[in-house]
Design a binder for this molecule. Structure first.
Ligand code: ADP
Ligand code: MG
Length: 734
């Protein structure tokens, strides 16, 4: 009997790495990478060849200082851009944007149009500047009526255009005709502007030459690889990106031998080509290694400006999928493709840097820089404390929900890990008197009297892996972000929260100075008060422990675990006000975002639940029945051959298995019926929020129950009859 599972395994075993671009070991060397780095990007260097100097001066000025670009400038830029693209083989262009459903979207148009029977080159400034993609199918949470369909995409000149194959990709924002953001990029850009402004103001206390504060993001993308033949033999992976059932493999990650182990040859070939393609696209990838779970890997670039870094992350996710297919792999970006082994996250390393080159989250070289460092550190703590619920909402999704609260980062409670050294500094500041903390000598030089802040804090032994938000020496690392997420959602919430907090901070310090307090004392007093106020957010212990859950609740931190309810945090009065005053998102935009989030949540679970129903009815139960029939026939045959006395004991085990198959099968059938009914009921809910709550409360538990029985059957049924590729094959074949 042919069995799709065994055919798939056979195909997988035969798959070999193709001869790939960047596949030679030479491409690992820096020299070689330098030759093709950013080859597919219209960099500033290349612009100089294609665009007139006076136009470039205006363009760069607009980009660097956040000024509007005039249409005439866009027109001149478009001509140069098209020429470069066509010189490099492009025939089409697309506005590349980030809809709220996740991923990226594009609509390709040719550079050429037909005019009077002849082909004419056409790519005007207007086409670069603004497009009206027929994007009526993208969710807008009610902002834009579908029949109206007047969303438009507009050029983001701060992120360079690039080529993918024959297409020029233009990073764009996507907004409604009435101006509301329909994407992640728009509010992310607004949030960096708000943060830049607020941080620059606070920097003036320490250094008047600071004109600009940049927000940096360095992401670490985790992912799983699975052979394409095995993937195709699992309808749940194909349809939902995760396995909806599957008994744990006898060997999992217990030995942790995969982590930093040798990278398997086929995977290494994939990684080399991925890196080659990423480098060509101007993405400064640097790190690659195995992750904790089998067949799980990570890639990370050098950090960049958050808007560009986020574009690059989205681009890498699509490059990954393309390269994986060439290597007969599928890449799983889902946060939890397999139960029982670690899921995938996307650590977001976040920091602030001045135009004068100072990292505001790193200890400095003199007392002023150190006071500045403490100022920013404490303000971030305050922001995370005030908005811990919102930050959790910013990473919450149907897919990431499987990671939240599981025994792996992140716990479903946001807290901040600081490490011993910084904790000691803050503790001393908390108890110090202003006169001891800040000493100004006769020469008017300042000295920080409280604590030594070592210049380098990086200490790899002191990194709490269970913390969702950790200080790692010169940056914060937001680890709760999901592997499939657009980092923009988390980054814009963090940026906005910190921007608001810095503004409050400045108002208070200014008020004290106005009342006659010396600047240093005013800074110190506000910092100390905030250190005390936000103490509840600091936690260096084990974030997975039961005691922490209780302790966190006592501290008043947000402990909600249901994603539909976590999404409510976007709409709390404080949050609405914060997003409004920072200019990052209006109340209408927040409401529409929540609608989209709830709707997406329900839809994902709806699909999963349907696929699970199909799987158990069409794969699991038939296999179980076949095996049960075989056992029954065997029992009958045994009875014919042996005497009644002998068969009694002989049949005992068979009877037991036959009965267990019957029980599990019955439970599955009942579960599927209830699940279908629960779905119908959920779909009848009057609004998206109630629907999402119903999906969470009634359908997820039924799915879990059905799975338990299906997994039990997997253990019972003859291996040869089982048609679904098993965990041990998905996880260990490469
Ligand atoms: P890990 O040990 O956590 O894997 P790495 O040293 O590999 O950390 O760095 C992870 C990411 O952090 C990289 O993308 C790196 O560029 C980024 N990173 C390093 N310093 C900073 C910083 N100051 N701000 C933002 N990101 C940073
Ligand atoms: Mg890290």
């Amino acid at each position: 009997m042919s069995n799709i599972r065994f055919e798939a395994i056979k195909m997988a075993m035969e798959h070999r790495a193709p001869i790939s671009k960047g596949g030679s070991s030479k491409s690992d060397g820096n020299e070689k990478a330098k030759d093709y780095f950013a080859l597919d990007v219209f960099t500033r260097e290349r612009m100089k060849e294609y665009i007139a100097d006076d136009v470039l001066v205006q363009l760069f000025d607009a980009v660097d200082n956040g000024r509007t670009i005039h249409r005439e400038i866009a027109g001149s830029v478009a001509i140069g851009m098209r020429k470069w693209a066509v010189d490099n083989g492009a025939t089409h262009f697309t506005h590349w944007f980030q809809p709220l459903t996740g991923g990226t979207a594009e609509k390709h148009d040719a550079f050429f149009t037909l005019k009077d029977g002849a082909l004419m080159e056409e790519f005007s400034g207007d086409a670069l500047y603004q497009q009206e993609p027929d994007a009526s199918s993208f969710p807008s949470g009610g902002i834009r009526n579908t029949f109206e369909a007047r969303g438009y995409s507009a050029w983001d000149p701060s992120s360079p255009v690039f080529l993918i194959g024959d297409t020029l990709c233009i990073p764009t924002v996507f907004v409604a005709y009435t101006g509301e953001a329909l994407d992640y990029k728009t509010p992310l850009i607004r949030s960096t502007a708000a943060l830049c402004h607020a941080a620059r103001e606070v920097c003036q206390y320490f250094d008047k030459t600071v004109k600009h504060v940049h927000t940096n993001l360095g992401w670490e993308q985790e992912y799983f690889l699975v052979d394409e033949a095995l993937f195709n033999a699992r309808p749940d992976l194909v349809m939902t990106g995760r396995t909806l059932m599957g008994h744990e493999s006898a060997k999992n990650q217990q030995l942790e031998d995969h982590y930093f182990g040798a990278i398997p040859a086929r995977v290494l070939a994939f990684m080399r080509e991925l890196e080659y393609e990423a480098l060509r696209a101007g993405i400064p990838v640097r790190t690659r290694h195995n992750e904790v779970a089998p067949n799980q890997f990570e890639m990370a670039p050098m950090f960049e400006d958050v808007n560009l870094a986020n574009d690059h992350n989205l681009l890498v996710m699509s490059i990954m999928e393309r390269v994986a297919q060439r290597h007969h792999f599928r890449v799983l970006l889902h946060e939890k493709p397999y139960a029982g082994v670690n899921g995938s996250g996307k650590h977001c390393n976040w920091s602030l840097q001045t135009n004068t080159g100072i990292n505001l989250l790193a200890p400095g070289k003199n007392p002023y820089q150190n006071l500045q460092f403490i100022t920013f550190l404490v303000n971030v703590l305050m922001a995370v404390y005030k908005y811990n619920g919102l930050l959790k909402a910013s990473i919450a999704s149907a897919t990431n929900e499987h990671r939240l609260g599981a025994n792996e980062a992140p716990p479903a409670i946001i807290s901040v890990f600081l490490g011993k050294q910084i904790t000691a500094v803050l503790d001393k500041l908390e108890h110090a008197k202003a006169e001891e903390a800040i000493i100004i000598n006769a020469k008017k030089e300042m000295k920080l009297g409280v604590a030594n802040i070592p210049e380098i804090l990086l200490d790899n032994t002191d990194r709490n892996r269970t913390s969702p938000f950790a200080f790692t020496g010169n940056r914060f690392e937001f680890r709760a972000v999901g592997s499939s997420a657009n980092c923009g959602a988390a980054m814009l919430a963090l940026n906005a929260a910190v921007a608001e907090q810095l503004r409050f901070f400045k108002q208070e310090v200014d008020e004290r100075i106005r009342q006659g307090e010396p600047k240093e004392k005013a800074l110190f007093e506000v910092i100390r008060r905030d250190i005390i106020a936000c103490k509840a957010i600091r936690f260096d212990g084990n974030g997975y422990s039961e005691e922490w859950k209780k302790e966190a609740a006592r501290r008043g931190l947000d402990c909600e675990t249901s994603v539909p309810l976590i999404i409510d945090r976007y709409l709390s009065a404080d949050t609405v006000k914060m997003f409004h005053t920072t200019g990052v998102l209006s109340e209408a935009e927040l409401h529409s975002r929540c609608e989209v989030k709830w709707e997406t949540y329900s839809k994902k679970i709806q699909i999963e639940s349907r696929v699970l129903g199909d799987l158990v009815l069409n794969h699991v139960l038939p296999a179980a029945k076949r095996y049960q029939t075989m056992l029954l026939q065997n029992v009958l045959a045994v009875k014919q051959v042996f005497s009644a006395d002998e068969t009694a004991s002989l049949n005992e085990r068979d009877y037991d298995i036959i009965r267990r198959i019957e029980n599990h099968s019955g439970a599955i059938l009942k579960g599927v019926e209830e699940m279908t009914e629960a779905r119908h009921k959920a779909n009848r809910q009057p609004d998206e929020r109630s629907k999402a709550i119903a999906y969470h409360d009634t359908i997820l538990p039924l799915m879990a129950e059905i799975r338990t029985h299906a997994d039990e059957l997997e253990m019972i049924v003859d291996d040869e009859m089982w048609t679904l590729v098993k965990y041990r094959e998905l996880l260990f074949v490469h």
